[in-house]
Design a binder for this molecule. Structure first.
Ligand code: PGA
Ligand code: MG
Length: 227
């Protein structure tokens, strides 16, 4: 394959952040006097950034119809969520097994690593720092870093351009349809991980180049197949 750049998704791929996201969503709902939801429900609302997570929580379902929420309501709820998540973020968030070692192995093997998440960029440095990963990634983009977010190809293409790599020399690695579609839209190979957050659906249905059930298997596959 001869790839140079590995672009990783964050939530559901490297870190299990839903326990903190769910606590922050429920703190927001409580502050607004609304019913809270179980973590297993909230998990299926993660993937399209904080504003969509907040909108889904306000309507209590994954489909948010146009005009269902007015902008002021959403702006206020999002601000309440941001305050809660800023405090909570990191409390229960853990790296998935073998991620720390695996990322370091891939760096040692000569790959450039990048991070492209739909999470607002403001939340990212603190979490990276808590795992000692702040030096690992040569480029980091959040969901609000550009006008477009995954599944749009733009953030992936932006990272390629910044790092002087073609899409054919890059692989997009993630847990969600947004990652696989973004990679496919950018003309990249894609690797899926089955353990994260994909709206309760099997990542293999999106036809990634390959899919894995754990991070160690993904790392081994890259090291063995990309000679
Ligand atoms: O914040 C989200 O909606 C998901 O973030 P991710 O792109 O890192 O999975
Ligand atoms: Mg994800």
């Amino acid at each position: 394959m001869d790839k140079q750049l590995l672009i990783f998704d964050f939530d559901g791929t490297l870190i299990d952040s839903v326990p903190d996201l769910a606590d922050a969503v429920n703190a927001m709902l409580s502050t607004l006097g609304k019913d809270t939801y179980p973590i297993d429900t909230i998990r299926n609302w993660v993937g399209n950034g904080s504003r969509m997570l907040v909108a889904r929580a306000l309507v209590g379902k994954i489909e948010v119809l146009e005009d269902e929420l007015n902008t002021d309501t959403l702006d206020h709820a999002e601000a309440v969520f941001f305050t809660a998540y800023k405090d909570i973020s990191g409390s229960k968030t853990v790296a998935y097994p073998d991620v720390d070692d695996g990322l370091k192995q891939l760096r040692a093997a000569g790959y450039t690593l990048a991070l492209v998440t739909n999470k607002p960029i403001g939340f990212v440095p603190k979490i990276l720092q808590s795992f000692g990963w702040q030096e690992l990634f040569s480029a980091v983009l959040g969901g609000d870093s550009l006008p477009q977010k995954k599944p749009d190809a733009a953030p992936l293409l932006h990272v390629c351009q910044t790092l002087g790599v073609t899409p054919a020399q890059a692989i997009m690695i993630g847990d969600s349809r947004n990652d696989i579609l973004a990679g496919q839209n950018a003309g990249m190979d894609t690797l899926g991980l089955s353990y994260g957050y994909n709206y309760g659906q099997d990542i293999r249905k999106l036809n990634p180049t390959h899919a894995f059930d754990d991070f160690a298997a993904l790392v081994q596959w890259i090291l063995q197949n990309d000679a």
